[in-house]
Design a protein around this ligand. Sequence first.
Ligand code: F6P
Length: 345
Amino acid sequence: MRIGILTGGGDCPGLNAVIRAITRKGIQEGDNILGILHGWKGMITGQHEELTLRSVSGLIHRGGTILHTSRTNPFKEEKGGDRVLSSFKRLGLDALIAVGGEDTLGVANRLHKEHGLRVVGVPKTIDNDLSGTEVTFGFDTAVSIATEAIDRLHTTAESHDRVMVLEVMGRHAGWIAVHSGLAGGADVILIPEKPFNPDEVAEFIRTRHARGKNFSIVVVAEGARLDTTNSEGLVVQSGELDEFGHVRLGGIAHFLAKEIESRTGFETRVTVLGHVQRGGSPTAHDRILATLFGVKAHDLVREGKFGMMAAMVCGKIDAVPLEEAVRELKTVDMDLYEIAEIFFG
Ligand code: F6P
């Protein structure tokens, strides 16, 4: 078979491990593997390169994606769906494997349903917000990086008797914040799923300081919302929307730090972790998960199970319909958040 692979949306550690796994397994079974460049954009322009054993050698530990990525939405282009289909034919493809999050896989699902595209999905995102799978690769690496940042902030916070506010990514889900906050022993964790009141945050910090702790660590997800203010209570960098209609989040930590300082009088500093969470080498967990997902995606192609996505279900590698994966965001389990709350203040 001639199989194309594309990586779309924000990059994440483990993408290269998936590309390597699909290519190695495919070539072993006599397939030709084609790397489509720049996500869905490459399926419009036809930009591609042959993947060989040589081109995927030494990849498993490398972050980013050798195929590059973009947030291109073919359905925003004139006759975008048809153009993807003609590239598919022109490139002589028998199948396409799309590696991405809700946006990239949402496009895959639509192209499969409306145009009959022979596509299989692989879930990736540091945000861990895709339904249908218990976990996405990239998440473990992002949590490890954020946890290390919290550990480092602890020592400087303690030395200076300061409050440190750490802003982490995750878009509209608080998975990175809860997991890194729990692992790092944060004193308050704020997530989009539970709008917050700055008075309550200040109270947690005051209580903590009253029992002799002169520093505090607050972890805030970029999508955390105030329980009052504007319609959505979101702090955004600009009102500009990407091709999938998302605003660019970021800046909540600066806002929150001022609110904390003015209410408590404690010196407060901000760290916005940003893209560091997405860069560099994947953890061993993410390398393995990405490899298993890649192998499963190739199996799905070989079995002709188009419109499906490799997934982790009940701790096992399985497959679910793309439709299920993109139907709604997988947000933080509130039982988990309640456990995290035990350690606030
Ligand atoms: O979806 C991954 C993610 O890193 C989000 O956590 C974040 O909001 C967004 O992408 C940032 O996007 P960009 O890389 O376009 O700034």
